[in-house]
Design a protein around this ligand. Structure first.
Ligand code: NAD
Length: 281
């Protein structure tokens, strides 16, 4: 698949567009407004110029030349693979998949979603071609992290899964792992309850934030502790993923602890607001 479409040019959509264009694909990115498209273009230009100055690519302009950011979804009509990376809202994604189903012409195009928590089945049945709908879950920052979770629904064909795997591994040079269509897939289903346990440990007065994080960095060789990681992910995002895991499995280990809920209420969302479990300048 060489003609790639991406919907949404935020944090993840821009990253997916960037790695696809760096791999030589022709990329069209659809945004919802001219302002968002302009923000997306400047996000892409900044990231590519950083990659150029670090010597990771020869020419940012050459890669940018393979990406078109548009505001008309109809421009995705000739795409062979479309990756949706809009806001994590089920109604918005279902509506988008209904529209993509009507717009994307090729009968064997793959329609993928980068969702972290919405069942792929709900997006598949919003189209007339659920066999070609699959979850392709990238990690942030996309140009740096090599993992992609492949998430077929019960109705996704094995041909679609293999075409998505080939794009991820052979074209992008990333590593794919296979997951069931369940909230959290593999990585978040393990990572989020671990972070929640660290928050409960802090909340109960068992240990300080610094000692919990030092413990995992020095004692288990983690690159950063769970509370610093929660600050990086964003406490609102951490809570939203925990809620979707809890909704799916009804296991207490996935329930967001009260301290996390109060911090989100207070706007203490971590690095992005300057304060979470730690304070950032
Ligand atoms: P974001 O808010 O940075 O970007 C979303 C973009 O989508 C915005 O630019 C917005 O203008 C655009 N958009 C919204 N509705 C649209 C529409 N109908 N048509 C076109 N564009 C539209 O969000 P993000 O962090 O990039 O997350 C996007 C998706 O990726 C979500 O499903 C999220 O769960 C998933 N995800 C996020 C991360 C992460 O670490 N942030 C990691 C993996 C997966």
């Amino acid at each position: 698949m060489q003609r790639i479409g991406v919907v949404g040019c935020g944090l993840m959509g821009a990253g997916i567009a960037e790695v696809s264009a760096r791999a030589g694909s022709d990329v069209v990115v659809a945004e919802s407004s001219p302002e968002a498209a302009e923000a997306g273009r400047s996000r892409l230009a900044k990231s590519l110029s950083r990659a150029e100055s670090k010597g990771k690519i020869d020419s940012a302009d050459e890669v940018l030349g393979r990406i078109r950011v548009v505001t008309d979804l109809d421009e995705l009509a000739d795409r062979e693979l479309v990756v949706e990376a809009i806001v994590e809202n089920e109604a918005a994604k279902v509506e988008l998949f209904e529209r993509l189903d009507k717009i994307v012409r090729s009968p064997d195009a793959v329609l993928a979603s980068n969702t972290s928590s919405i069942p792929i089945m709900k997006l598949g049945v919003a189209t007339t071609r659920p066999a070609q709908v699959i979850g392709v879950h990238f990690f942030n920052p996309v140009p740096v992290l090599s993992l992609v979770e492949l998430v077929p629904s019960l109705l996704t064909s094995s041909e679609t899964t293999e075409r998505a795997r080939s794009f991820v591994q052979d074209t992008l040079g990333k590593h794919a792992i296979d997951c069931q269509d369940r909230a959290g897939f593999v990585v978040n289903a393990l990572l989020v309850p671990f972070i929640l346990s660290a928050i409960r440990m802090l909340e109960s007065g068992f240990a300080t934030a610094e000692d919990i994080d030092e413990g995992l960095v020095r004692g288990a060789a983690h690159p950063q502790g769970p509370l610093a990681l929660a600050d990086l992910i964003g406490l609102d995002t951490t809570k939203a993923v925990a809620e979707s895991l809890y909704e799916e499995f009804k296991e207490p280990l996935y329930a967001p602890p009260p301290l996390l809920a109060r911090m989100v209420d207070a706007g203490l969302l971590g690095r992005k607001t300057g304060r979470g479990f730690y304070t950032y300048s």
